[in-house]
Design a protein around this ligand. Structure first.
Ligand code: GDP
Length: 288
């Protein structure tokens, strides 16, 4: 993962090099502040982290400081029951469809039987796009026509997966409806119906956030969390952005796990997020 991370966060580390061209064994608070701000870590978090640090900071101190941001409790439980049902939420354009395809591809590559549910019935294009990916990856999908009740898709997908011994179910949801109230009610209903099909479902509700969006991504996350209670996040589009420090801001503001990060547009461009590796990728650019 290390090599991939170095590449993914290449633009972020290039930005860091602009303000810290030389690697050192210790850095000052001002230097650390410049580096974090350059990587787009939010200002308040930077100030809070600096308060706890000495005037000369070594690598271990910097590591402990940054890693402390990722100390949250996971509130979802792994399940032995089959299928493991995941609901994917997020605003349009965040990368929901692409990420669902990547997850499906990851599980399939792991030898799992995956069934997709095209639960964004608000947009015909969403159903078509996910169906195209399903065909390309040779993964079955439950889909209806635009305008049909997405909860029916949820019920059918989970019931069919149970009957046919599937390991994983991944359900798409709408990113926008006519009104925000409609969207909240629809998402809540989808969860209630999932529970009817399988009392322990959905096992994980994951939010897709566009990593290039900064604060607006954080506000979106808070809104979705209030509606349905999110278990964790997948951050997309971290390739090609110099704002890699946003990962820290997102983890700090939301206090929930970051499960995966999207690193490109291809099905294999998804990696499990490991906080240690992420922090070390940044620190490798700063310290000797
Ligand atoms: P949705 O509307 O949320 O379903 O978003 P899509 O899945 O259609 O993605 C929107 C755009 O973002 C598409 O052009 C995707 O190829 C692109 N995209 C999604 N994830 C990533 C990623 O991790 N990296 C890059 N570079 N592009 C991505």
């Amino acid at each position: 993962m290390f090599g991939i991370l170095k590449k993914v966060f290449g633009k972020t580390t290039d930005a860091i090099k602009e303000v810290a061209p030389e690697k050192k064994s210790t850095i000052t608070k001002d230097e650390f502040e410049d580096i974090l701000l350059e990587a787009d870590v939010n200002y308040e978090l930077v100030e809070r982290l600096l308060e706890e640090l000495p005037s000369k900071i070594n690598r271990i101190q910097a590591f402990n400081s940054l890693i402390s941001v990722f100390q949250y409790k996971a509130n979802w439980k792994d399940s032995d029951e089959k299928p493991f049902v995941e609901m994917i939420v997020g605003v349009n354009g965040a990368g929901k469809t692409t990420t669902i395809s990547k997850l499906a591809y990851m599980y399939k590559s792991d030898g799992k039987k995956v069934l997709l549910g095209a639960g964004d019935t608000f947009r015909a294009a969403a159903i078509e796009q996910l169906s195209r990916w399903a065909t390309k990856l040779d993964i079955p999908i439950v889909a209806t026509k635009q305008g049909h009740d997405p909860s029916a898709v949820v019920y059918d997908t989970i019931s069919s997966a149970k009957a046919k011994g599937f390991d994983n179910v991944i359900i798409d949801t709408a990113g926008r409806l006519h009104t925000q109230t409609n969207l909240s009610e629809e998402l809540k209903k989808m969860i209630r119906v999932a529970q009817k099909a399988m009392p322990s479902a959905p096992h994980r509700k994951m939010l897709i956030l566009d990593g290039t969006q900064g604060t607006s991504a954080i506000n979106q996350a808070k809104a979705f969390n209030e509606i349905i209670g999110i278990d964790g996040i997948i951050i997309t589009k971290l390739d090609g952005t110099a704002k890699g420090g946003a990962v820290l801001s997102i983890a700090d503001e939301l206090q929930m796990p970051i499960f995966y990060i999207g690193t490109g547009e291809q099905p294999s461009d998804l990696i499990t997020f490991k906080a240690n590796d992420y922090v070390n990728t940044i620190l490798d650019e700063i310290f000797l």
